[in-house]
Design a protein around this ligand. Structure first.
Ligand code: PA5
Length: 448
């Protein structure tokens, strides 16, 4: 069985001979620090050996809950934000038929609790009016405003439409074992619950019930997902030699590039289904590394779509970027380009070829053009877009992130910076307990 592979040759040429090798000791030390729990943030390393420690009994329990929800709901609303949202959405969108939402496959998975858009929530509520819907409420802290606000609305509507007792059967909470409002509500109402382990932070939680339950509800094989991640856990382990360990190599090259002035990493895909994989990746790397006034800025594009917009900047703008391309060897479907007698579009030279061949030539042509334009290129290849390889991709990015943050010298597993906006928002909303902040912010903004 093939695995995910990494190619850094076309990035290496930009940092010069020996730059990656020079980081070998730091990279190895970072891996050892993760393995032995001696790095900053070491109380959040529960994700490290998570794949190989998930039991089949646990997966079956998740599957049973998913099956129950699937049987009694036409729509499942997944309420969560950040790490309590992006992983599930990334996997579900990568694996779903692109038109699933139009085909009205049952149950539809809808994501909410990740914004405070009044129109979004009002339209969601209107859409759900005649639907048998259930809710998965995901929040580790159990107090996140976006999610809590959405859950309050969804709970009320679900109870009104189904009755309080029936609603209880289709609401599931995924939260802390003891703390937070989501846990308190679940205990009081008697909802089915799953625990987010204390030692797994939000952005590393996709292989906990946070990701697994919504993914199973969408009808995808969570055993294969975990299996793929377990394989990568071995491939990227601390005792695998530096040159054979793709996560170590990826972490080293991105730090070498950063040290050489490449401050922005653009994650590139050539399959629109991977759009949310990039959103998940951006959170993983942005929240993990962007601190202490350091860190690569993680950006993303969908090619070839964005070659017609951001392509100009990437080819020719400031040379502070590098690209990491996720390439998929073989699409799951086959579509041949048809012959046309009149050939008015002049495309008969493509007749009989697979559409993917055109895509692959676009990929290769773009890689060459961008390298010629001074953009280092890293390439991650997976054989196919399925649960197994998505599992590999997830774990690969997680462990590489753990290593990379460590090389950079930050605490990869905290996120102190996300509190600043919350403090201001609560002060502005006059949240009880924020009286002093409220007064100060109003004086500063000169408002009442
Ligand atoms: O990675 C993180 O820690 C954050 O993105 C959180 O997941 C996000 O803020 C949601 O937090 P919670 O699950 O507590 O609602």
């Amino acid at each position: 069985m093939k695995n995910l592979t990494l190619c850094i040759d076309k990035a290496n040429q930009f940092v010069g001979t020996g730059a990656v090798e020079a980081l070998e000791q730091k990279t190895k030390a970072a891996l050892e620090a993760l393995e032995h729990g001696t790095c900053p943030g070491n109380d959040f390393l529960g994700w490290l050996h998570l794949p190989s420690s998930i039991t089949s009994d646990f997966l079956q329990e998740i599957q049973r809950t998913a099956d129950d929800l699937r049987a009694s709901c036409d729509v499942i609303v997944v309420a969560g934000i950040g790490g309590s949202y992006l992983g599930a959405r990334a996997v579900i969108e990568a694996l779903s038929n692109s038109f699933a939402w139009l085909k009205q496959t049952s149950p539809a998975i809808i994501f909410a609790g990740n914004n405070i858009g009044e129109d979004y929530l009002a339209e969601l509520s209107e859409f759900l009016k005649d639907k048998r819907f259930g809710v998965i409420n995901i929040s580790k802290s159990g107090t996140t405003t976006e999610t809590a606000l959405t859950f309050r609305l969804m709970k009320k509507q679900c109870e009104e439409q189904r009755g309080k007792e029936e609603a209880k059967k289709v609401i599931v909470a995924i939260t802390d074992a003891n703390k937070g409002a989501a846990r308190a509500a679940a205990t009081k109402e008697g909802y089915k619950t799953f625990v987010i382990p204390d030692d797994v932070g939000g952005r590393f939680s996709v292989l906990t019930p946070v990701g697994l339950l919504p993914i199973a509800c969408a009808g995808f094989d969570i055993c294969q997902l975990v299996q793929g991640a377990t394989v990568m856990e071995k491939v990227c382990a601390h005792d695998v030699p530096f040159t054979d360990n793709p996560a170590a190599q990826y972490a080293a090259i991105r730090n070498a590039l950063y040290n050489s002035g490449k401050k922005i990493e653009i994650l590139v895909n050539y399959q629109p289904k991977l759009h949310f994989m990039s959103e998940w990746w951006k959170q993983l790397y942005g929240e993990s590394e962007g601190k202490d006034k350091k860190g690569i800025f993680p950006a993303s594009v969908d090619f070839t779509t964005d070659l017609h917009s951001m392509g100009q900047w990437i080819q020719d703008g400031e040379r502070s970027i590098f690209e990491t391309v996720i390439s998929i060897d073989t699409p799951n479907r086959q579509l041949l380009f048809p012959e046309d007698e009149e050939n008015l579009d002049g495309l008969n030279f493509l007749a009989g070829k697979r559409v993917d061949e055109v895509n692959k030539m676009a990929e290769l042509g773009t890689q060459l053009a961008h390298i010629d334009g001074g953009v280092p290129n890293i390439r991650i290849t997976i054989p196919q877009l399925n649960e197994f390889y998505i599992g590999q991709l997830i774990y690969f990015f997680e462990i590489a992130c753990g290593i990379s943050g460590n090389i950079l010298g930050v605490n990869t597993f905290n996120q102190p910076g996300v509190e600043a906006y919350k403090k201001n928002m609560f002060a502005l909303l006059n949240k009880p307990g924020y009286e002093a902040e409220s007064k100060a912010i109003r004086e500063r903004l000169k408002i009442n």
